[in-house]
Design a protein around this ligand. Structure first.
Ligand code: ATP
Ligand code: MG
Length: 175
């Protein structure tokens, strides 16, 4: 059986960046990882969904079902979705059970995300031309005990990646 790493955090926290870096690290060790990125899912499988809590939950549900299918075939799955509410992370874990599931919380201060503004979402949200952005006009529930908690506003990319790789290598069938 494979594993699921569920990267979550605010927009701009570094989910795509770190999932991509981790996949490359695994590839260099002969392990192929499958990335399930929120943006890519929303451009296809989840094209019909918006950004209400219900629709975000459905987005997560679909991602988790796909993650489970892939992990049961032996893949390491790196899901990178904002997953702002506690219930969303709980459902992802429940759906993927009994596949090993690791929550990777990427904490990043909202002011830093606003400064990064990698997609221009924050400037739109602050000027009110976009709504429902977690951290601005929608809640983000910080987790109480994620498997990994990385602070991407104060730890370098290399430092964050190293922690993820150490976690991977510390598990029984880690390579
Ligand atoms: N420690 C770090 N870890 C990850 N990314 C970092 C770090 N420090 C700075 N960055 C930068 O922050 C940005 C993170 O953008 P990224 O697209 O990965 O965020 P995201 O969480 O996937 O956002 P979204 O939810 O909008 O897809 C990148 O420009 C990256 O270079
Ligand atoms: Mg992303």
């Amino acid at each position: 059986m494979g594993r699921v790493y569920w990267f979550y955090g605010l927009s701009g926290a570094g989910k795509t960046t770190l999932a991509t870096g981790f996949a490359a690290w695994l590839k260099a060790r002969g392990v192929t990882a499958v990335i399930l990125d929120g943006d890519q899912l929303r451009s296809g499988v989840c094209k019909d969904l918006g950004f209400s809590s219900e629709e975000r939950l459905e987005n997560i549900r679909r991602a988790a079902e796909i993650a489970k299918l892939l992990a049961r075939q032996g893949n390491i799955v790196l899901a990178a979705l904002m997953s702002p509410e506690t219930s969303m992370r709980r459902i992802a874990r429940e759906i993927t059970s009994p596949v090993p599931f690791y929550e990777v919380y990427l904490e990043c201060a909202v002011e830093v995300c606003v400064k990064r503004d990698t997609k221009g979402l924050y400037s739109k949200a602050l000027s009110k031309s976009l709504t429902d952005l977690p951290g601005i006009d929608r809640r983000f529930d910080p987790p109480s005990c994620p498997d990994l908690h990385l602070t991407t506003h104060s730890t370098t990319y290399a430092g964050c990646l190293e922690e993820i790789c150490i976690h991977y290598a510390s598990l029984p069938d880690g390579t």
